[in-house]
Design a protein around this ligand. Structure first.
Ligand code: GLN
Length: 261
């Protein structure tokens, strides 16, 4: 019976009814999304105080395309998985890397972007820090709970690792000479660099063979139907050209092509 009603109503509405996310008859079901607020260009607060970015456009288009109202809540990065596991949100989108450790706690959608890490140094240090090995024994700035931070903990034992809540704090510390390098996703470090050409900071790549990261949307393991919904939405925005359009708006090209590398 329930199955038949669900079939008639459509998955999104049905799930929302079952989960109690629809209040009145004609209101849309709500898709509750969590992200962090300082990971430009994926999820960040703009000058007007609004959350914006590629991931925000992506999840809004994806959710609305499936008939949802998309509600975004900003969390500290290391609060995202706990919020998802506590069912306070339905999904995380936050430049969030698919990793085996995280996959023990959450389920991941199909990947939508391939990226990797790099590090930023002050321009004057370019001759000194040309590769990862040269960072050994140095002070390194990192964002708490990120893959960049975990990478440094494994690869740079013996270095002093300084942890911050967000990328802007790590960049400030680098400029203030509080550390020699910032390790984070190359997409985010490069965006900072492009926006701060006057700062005399340079990016150094990390060998792609030791670091390749796919971004995915995370959902609660207890809600496999939500995973299907998100994957269906991703497929839809790819097929109807929406993914390409917002990609071009934020990056100047279609970032789906990274998945073919
Ligand atoms: N991609 C990195 C990770 O998932 C950083 C994400 C972020 O800080 N928003 O750990």
């Amino acid at each position: 019976m329930l199955k038949r009603i669900c079939h008639a109503l459509g998955t999104a509405l049905c799930l929302a009814l079952l989960c109690g996310n629809v209040s009145a008859k004609d209101e849309k079901p709500v898709l509750r999304i969590g992200c962090e607020g300082a990971f430009a260009p994926f999820t960040f607060i703009d000058d007007k105080g609004e959350i914006t970015g590629f991931d925000i456009d992506l999840i809004r288009e994806l959710g609305e395309g499936l008939g949802y109202e998309v509600k975004i809540t900003v969390y500290p990065f290391d609060g995202l998985i706990p919020a998802l596991m506590a069912d306070n949100i339905d999904a995380i989108i936050s430049g969030f890397t698919i990793s085996p450790e995280r996959a023990k706690k959450v389920d991941f959608s199909e990947p939508y972007f391939l990226c990797g890490l790099n590090f930023l140094i002050r321009g004057e240090d370019e001759p000194k820090f040309r590769d990862l090995d040269s960072l050994k024994g140095q002070k390194i700035c990192l964002q708490i709970g990120t893959t960049g931070s975990l990478f440094a903990q494994k690869q740079l034992t013996g270095s002093e690792l300084k942890q911050f809540n967000s990328p802007p704090e790590t960049y400030l510390e680098l400029l203030n000479r509080g550390c020699s390098a910032v390790i984070n996703d190359s997409s985010v470090n490069d965006f900072f660099l492009a926006r701060h050409k006057g700062e005399k900071v340079v990016a150094v790549p990390i060998d792609k063979d030791i670091d390749k990261e796919y971004y995915g949307i995370a959902v609660n393991k207890n809600h496999p139907e939500m995973l299907d919904t998100i994957n269906r939405g991703l497929k839809q925005v790819r097929a109807n050209g929406v993914f390409k359009r917002i990609s071009e708006q934020w990056f100047g090209h279609d970032i789906s092509s990274t998945l073919e590398e």
